[in-house]
Structures are given as structure tokens and as C-alpha cells.
Design a protein around this ligand. Sequence first.
Ligand code: IFM
Length: 993
Amino acid sequence: MDAAHDRPARGYEAVLFDLDGVVTRTADVHAAAWKALFDDFLREHARREGKPFQPFEHGDYLAFVDGKPRYEGVRGFLASRGIVLPDGAPDDEPGAWTVHGLGLRKDVLFLERLRDEGVEVFGEAVALIKTLRAAGVKTAVVTSSRNGREVLHVAGLEPLFDVRLDGLDAAVLHLRGKPFPDPFLKAAELLGVAPARAIVVEDSLPGVESARRGGFGLVVGLDHGGTADALADHGADLVVGSLGGLDVDRLAQAVATRRAARRAARLAWQVEQEGFDPAREHAMESLFAVGNGYLGVRGSPDRPLPGSQGDLFVAGIYDRKHLPRPYSEQEFLGDGRDDNLYSELVSMPFPFRVSVEVDGCVLEVGGPHMRQYQRRLDLRRAELHGAVSFDVGAGRRVEIRTRRCASQADLHLVLQEVRVCLANHSGELAVDFSLADPELAARHPHLTAAGVEEIDGVEVHVFRTLASGFVIALASRAMRIGEDRAAVRWRGSASIGETRRFLRCTAIYTSRDTDDPRKAAVDHVRAIGPEAIDAAFREHAERWAGIWDAADIRIPGSPATEQALRFNACHLTSAADRDPRISVGGRALTGRAYEGHIFWDVEMFKLPFYLYTAPDVARCLLLYRHHTLDGARRRAREFGNRGAFYAWESTVTGDDVTPRAIRLKTTGKVIPIFTGTQQIHITADVAHAVWRYWEATRDEVFLRDVGLEILIETARYWASRVVRGPRGWHIRGVVGPDEYHHGVDDNAYTNWMARDNVEKAIEALRWAESRYARERAALAERLRLEPAEVEQWSDVTAELYCPGPDARGVIEQFEGFFDLPRYPLPAEERFRAPISRLFEWDEINRLQVIKQADVLMLLHVFPDAFPRDIVEANYRYYEPLTDHGSSLSPGIHAAIAARLGLREDAERYWRESLWLDLSNSMSNSALGIHPACMGATWQALVFGFLGVRFDEEGPVVDPDAAARLPEDWHGVSTTLAWRGRRHRVHAGREVAP
Ligand code: IFM
């Protein structure tokens, strides 16, 4: 506010007005001239063609001519009638049958009318312009009409404008017409005012769009009736019905509001850390990781600190468990885990390592010379930016700016830019790009170095994993801009204020990709010069633009929510490749927790995000389950069953790599882990995802060649896993999604999912019989599937005991759960389950306390299976028993509470889920971000708050959705992919002007 006058500080120096429709009512004169022109022409054209005459309508005027440069108007309208005329030339006879001839004729008709009848002037506009000028604001008029000057002259308005720019000027200056911003930008330049400090007032859609494109401080749309939404859609920040309500202060207020909104919108596309905090560094490394699904790199500083975990992970590169390494949480040590070659994701050396020295002083983040530190993840481009300043003694400042990314356009490449500026002194600069890690053995114990070399300035490192024998090659090429060569190290003098810019690309290949990863990596970077690195940054950004087209979620009113959702979508996208041999691990490629193992998290939590934003990624994740079917078959046999029993924790082969026990570092106590043998619902989870993919895509080739086999083998597993009992078929001795109870019978979630699995297998077989009988028969023969076996499945679906609601409407989580004593869960343990709970596994097994959504997960997966009162009864029963010891839990609770309209609960759980990593609320983000939680959050929004269901046409938003959105959200908009098309979904309240 302007303190002296208690008015808003103005924030703008000029206002640019469109002429026709804003200052003068010339539209009628124009429209009449166009009509006279085209009606004459069309009449004659129809006569010559022997066709009926169809006159020029007002709709044609609005659609093709209004606000456009004259010749574009002629061309556009004629094209709409399928008429093409030669362009002709500016000296054509007015009325000649060329684009120019007709345009010139229109001019003649217009001027005749203008001179005969004069022009009406809008008094409100004139009053506003006079007020602005009296307050010292510059004014301009910008029109695409070539008769602009004539109109101003006839109306006597010339003295009201410092700059007058019309269609003739634009032609002389070679300015492109609206919707290009050129004329407005030129007018601002002539006024000597930056576009951001100027306002544009427009009434036409192309005009509004051109002002938006020009980056003006405010775009005012003048609505003559019925165009308010369209003006706003084209970029008007403020839409008014008349200029009468505007004055200097009102415009200032609007500029300030717009500026704040723009700033918030900018911030909603980035995550920033100011200042360096060693205590939070490992968590920050996870949050600021960059990846492209093929690889991921933690967000350590470019010069890693001694304790940095600047790991590079390449999807699919696992090695035998390295015992001294902790399993998941730091408390634990794995035991007896040396039987699988691929039990641990391999951490590799940091590929962005750079060391900078100025006058012999080493510039280290967190070191004695550092003054300022900022790390910023640009979510729009998935680029990590760093800005660090140092004082190298006696006030000599050095600024370092960096950016890096894992290319989405070329998955084997990581790209890096480093700018060093000696801000206020000259000195000796040394930059060392070597990737050599002096602590390789300690930091990356799975690797042996198998060669280091420098060839023509390219540094090459080759490693081999100890037990699994994968070969990994990194070839790094760094270049200084201005020098035509690559080098690993630079030394030279730098002058005051000069910025030295370096670009580096590092190619990474493994023996999973090629027989000769070293050659592939070297060849790849050799082909890339500095311009190519800049281009590679751009291509990467373009890929991300496409990703956001499909995945972005707009929530006007809550930029903080948009920011967190984008952070999640950025990580989920960075986690998944399109390689059918791999899937997304428990912490993606951002940390060591869960050793890169692949859980049900993929199918039940993350897959919906991919399925409805990037269905081809979802397909690949399912191909991974197909690829690992043999492992699942081996496992079924091992347990005396048939078909395929998917591993609870899986890596390369599909064999189970779940630890069997953990030994506490502190006391040495051994804690058995039952999930590996008993958490069998994962098999049905995979089948569920197959069917979900099929429903969303109708990808017949997939179902025929991939999905069907998974469905058959998983159904076969269940049919051999069930046992006969008092209520038909039963499933005994399992762990449900709630991992605090083991060895339980008839877990509701497991049984419901198993039945669904078998039903879908039968349905898929029927479908294949009708569509692809030959392929179905071949598959049945290969799998030795007899009709009698399928009949037995029908019996299982009919008689598998699936617990239903009791008299209170509550479904028992498993047989006997209701008989267990309730555990009075203290409030502080909710969302913060004490780690010791896992150590008291035996005691917990006998109490009503649960780790995560279990029955509620069932209600989430089958949203139409139960009426609202049953869902509510179960929510009210189980929610108070849940400590949310898993990050997967809050999102599912938010989804159900939102569906039930329990706003307070929905918002509380939503916040827990949405900001879980950004607030490190589980205190374990240091070991990697939580992608399943991010997927659950996405589901809470789409299926909970929006209540989306799909029908044959596409997604349908619950009609009550708008009412249950959090208060500060004006609405939610996104797109969802369904059967080959992207569909816009939206729910919202009216946006306040
Ligand atoms: O799959 C989950 C499980 O549901 C809870 N513990 C963590 C696992 C990996 O995220």
C-alpha cells in the first residue's frame, strides 16, 4: 500500500487499449462493411458455381474476422467456405478476386461508412483514459485495423494516447498480428515501459491471448455479453462488463493480486531448500533426487561431503545382500540373506561429482567458506538447481550455479551445467570433473573397479558387481563453453565478474543393455558436443512438458497443494522406465530402504497413477510380472501349490527376497518376518492390476498374450491354496495388508481379492474363447489347462468364504479378530508408530491394533461392493485401531473419509499423505522417498475427493464432489486416460473474480 495515501502502490506505468469495441464502437461499422463485401462476393461466386447463395453471418464475423488482421480475416473466412483465392498484391484493384483485392474493397466500404456516419465513442473508456493520464499513467492504443488512425481522427481521440499503433504501422514494422503479442510489445517499447509494468485492455479473444503471451502485468478482458469465460480461458486476469468500474486504484489492486498469484503459481512448480543443514541432509538427498526410471541419482551437493549418500542407482542392477549393510531402518541388520544373487539394489558412484577451487581454496558445501546455499527442484523440468556462494577470504566472493537432470529423452544420459563466477575479484580457478570416488569400497561395497581411463578428455569408469557380475560403465565428458575440447580438469585465471560455464554429460550403460557397456557409454558421450548438451537439456524439458500435459493437477486456490502433488507426480514419473524387466522399488531409485525390492505397492498404490496418466508405463509394470512368472511358479511349487505365487518382495527373477528375520543392532534380538511366506494377497493384487489395465485400455494384445497367462496361473494358485472347511473354501495362515497379525485365517481382504482373481481368470478365458480361440487353445495346451480345472475354479468362486458385514455392518478383518482385546492406542502413536511395536510382534499379534488399512483397503478396492452405511461402519470401527505405521495407510483413509463426506478426517489424512515426504513426517525419508504413499495420495484425490468412477465413455466425477473439496480449493482439474483418449475431469466451486 502507498502509505501516504493509504492506496495500493500502483505497480504499473502504462495502459494499452484495444480500439474497436473498447474505446470506439467501430465493430458495427466493420461488421457492416465485411458483410457488404462478402455478400457481394458470395452472391457472385454462387452464381458462377451454380450453387445457392449463403450469406455472411454475424457468427462468421466473430469466428473469422473480428480482431484479426484484415487479410487473415479474408483468408480465414473464405477457407471456412472452402474457397481459395490467390493472394494478389497490395496494389490490386479494390474488389479484385484476390485476398488483397477483397481486403482493399472492405477498406473502401468501411471508410465510406465511417465518413458518412461517424463513430460512436465509449464515454466510460474516455473517462478512464483521462483519469489515468491525469495520474501520470502513459496510454497507448493498439489496433489491428488499418484504419485505426482514421477512426481516431474522426472521433477526435488522438490527444488521449502517447502511442498509436494501427494495422498499417504493424505492416510497415513487420509485426505479426494478434494472437501474436508483437503489436502490444512494440507499443510498450515505444512507451518505454516493460510489459510486466503495463496493462492491456482488450475485448477480443485473440487480443487477450496476445496480451497474455506478451507477459503483460495485467490483462483486462472486456465482456460485451457471453464471453466472460472465454476471455478468462484465453488469459484475461480480470474480466469486466464495462470500463466504468475501473480506476487507477482498482487496476493497481488487480495488478498486485495478479502478481501474488503469479508468484504463488511459480512457487507451485518448485521445491526449494534455503540454507544447508547437515542433520537433514540425507532426507534432502532423497527429496532432491533426479531420475528417469532407468536410473536415479540422489540430490547430494555436486561436491559430495564425506557422509553424503550420493548414490546412483540403475534399475535392475542388484547384487547379493551385503551383510554389514542395514536392512531398511538403521536399527536392523539383515541375517541369513546370502542365498539370492539379486537381493539388494546396488549403489554406484555419484555421476555429478565436481570439485571447484579458487586460489587454492576448496569450495565445499557446509564448509568454512560457504555463505549461502540454495537447492531447488524445478518440477516443470525435473531439474535440480543449486546456488552456492562462498567467501574465499578477505571478502572475495565466488558464486556457483549448477543444474542437473536425468534425461527423459535419452535415458542413458545425465546432464549437468556448472557456472562459476568470481564476483568481485580475479583469481585462479580450478575445476575437477573426475568421477573417481576416493571412498568407493566404503560407499559402494557391491562394486569392484574394473577399469579407469581417460580418452581424449572423456573419463571412463567400469565396475563389476561382486556376486551378480553385472558390468556398469560410466563415461563422462565435460566441456568449457568457449573451448572446443573436453577435459576432466581445468585450471586457469578468471577475471572479475566473469562467469565460466561448463557442461557435462555422463552416459551410463550396463551389461543388461549391451554386451559392451564401456563402448556404448564412450561412443554415446563422444557424439555429444556443448550445443548438443544444451539441446539435450531442452529435449528433456520438452518431454516433461508432455508428461505434465497428461499428469498435472490444477487446484486453483491452493498452490501449496499443487506444489506437493507435482512433487509427487515428478517422483512417480522419475521412478518408472518402460523396460518390462524391471518395476518400481519400495523407495524407487532414491534411497536404500527396502533394498530396491518390489512390493504390492506397485499394483495397488502406484499403478493407478501410471494407468490413467501414462498407460504404456502401467503396461510395462505388468510385463514385469509376466517376465517374473517363472519365479512365481517356482515359489508356488516350493510351497506345495500350483500356478504362480508372486514373491512378496521381488527383484530380478521373481524369486522371493523378503528377509526372513531381522536382528536388532541394539540387543541382538531376532525378529521373525512372516510377510515373505504369508502375505500372499500380492498374487491377487497382481491379477487385479491386470484386469484394471484391461478395463482402462481394452488392450487386446496385452490380455491375450500377457494378462491371460497371469490370470490363469494366479487363479490356479488360489484354487490349490484354498482348503475345505465349515463355510466352504477357506484361506488359512496368512498376513493381510495389516502386517501386525500373522498366521491368521480368512483375512477378508485376501479372500475377496482371491475370489475376484479367480472370477476374472474365468471371464478372461471366456473372452479369449470368443475373440482368440486359437491362441487360447495354444495357451491352454502350453499350461496344461483342462476344462475340469476351470470348473473347479467356478466352485472356488462360489464357495470361497468371503467375510461380510456383521449385524453392526462391520467386516471382521480375519477369523477371531473381534475376540482380541482392544489396544488403547495413544493419540501420539497415530501416524508415529513406535518402532518397538515391530519388536513386540508376538504380543501385537493378539491385540486389536493394526498397522494400515486392511478391511478399509478392501472397501477402497471394491468401491461399489458395499453401501455407504457399511463403509461408514467399517471406517468408524477400524480407523481408531490403526496406527498408520505404514506410509501406505493415510492415503487410503483419506480416500474413504472423503467418499463418506467426513471432511475433517478426509483433510487430516490427506495432509498426512500429501506431505509425508516433504515434511519427513515418518522421519525416514533419508532412506528414500515413499512412492506408494504418493500413489495413494493421488488415489485419495481422484477416487476419494473427486469420487471418479469409469463407465464405457470414460471417467465420471461424483456429482457431490465439489461440496466435499477442502475449503480453500476453488476446484480440481486434471485429465485421465481411458481407452485411448485423455478425458478432462473437473469438480469445483465458482471461482471468485
Ligand atoms: O508394501 C509395504 C507394506 O504394505 C508395508 N510395509 C512397507 C512395504 C513397502 O512399502
